[in-house]
Design a protein around this ligand. Structure first.
Ligand SMILES: [Zn+2]
Length: 237
């Protein structure tokens, strides 16, 4: 066991972001991907070891255009509102696990889950929900969420603001300290490398496409599944 003396000599950096704040910060960051003009929600699923298994934010299903479907909350015709079409952050996170079992996991959400997401959380085996905001706590559907969680033994608690303190986490891609700092010259060099790599990749993809066409359409269900999963992740994680 490490002694107090050794601890003080280790030279470790003090005041780093706590695990709890780190996970909720990731949920907040995920919410920044949402196109919803009113409610942006993000969530993160963390396994019992504290490893992030999945992330999600509210959005329309894959292949359903953000440009064509409505984001309105109110309209005479319910089909002209977002509600029949949108997938909530929790649903996307549960579906984006890359087939990893989420039973026993903790879900961090920026907003208390609705009743539909509560059902999915319970069925997925998630054991705890940590939420940042519960602005609709008296609405019947959120009361229903609590009823379901209580019956199923899923615990829920508000994110510990005291523990997070008054910490503000700012991400400025240009002001990350060394060794990640890039000068404008390195920036340009990186862009050139990226462009060259993209050109090589598209050349390779063209060759692969030709090879596939020559071989006929032998795409297996497995390959399709993998491709679908990757596309899903890139859009919603
Ligand atoms: Zn929901």
């Amino acid at each position: 066991m490490m002694s107090a003396m050794q601890e003080t000599r280790s030279g470790k950096r003090e005041g780093c972001v706590s695990k709890e704040a780190w996970h909720m910060a990731m949920a907040i960051l995920a919410s920044k991907r949402s196109k919803d003009p009113v409610t942006q929600v993000g969530c993160v699923i963390v396994d019992p070891k504290g490893i992030v298994v999945s992330m999600g934010y509210n959005g329309f299903p894959i292949g359903c255009s953000d440009e064509e479907l409505p984001w309105d909350k109110h309209a005479d015709n319910p089909l002209e509102t977002k509600f029949p079409y949108v997938c909530h952050a929790e649903m996307n996170a549960i579906l984006n696990t890359n087939d990893q079992d989420v039973s026993g996991c903790i879900l961090y959400a920026t907003l208390f889950p609705c009743n539909e997401c509560a059902k999915m959380i319970i069925q997925a085996g998630i054991k705890e929900v940590v939420y940042l905001c519960n602005k609709s706590k008296d609405k019947p559907l959120v009361v229903a969420s609590r009823t379901l969680f209580d019956m199923a033994g899923v615990t829920y608690r508000a994110f510990d603001m005291e523990e997070a303190g008054s910490r503000t986490i700012k991400i400025n891609f240009r002001q990350v300290p060394p060794p990640f700092h890039r000068s404008p010259q390195q920036d340009r060099a990186c862009k050139q490398t990226t462009d060259a790599s993209a050109a090589k990749k598209s050349e390779r993809e063209e060759n692969e496409e030709e090879a596939q066409q020559r071989a006929g359409d032998h795409t297996s269900a497995d390959t399709e599944g993998t491709t679908h999963a990757m596309k899903h992740l890139s859009l919603h994680a």
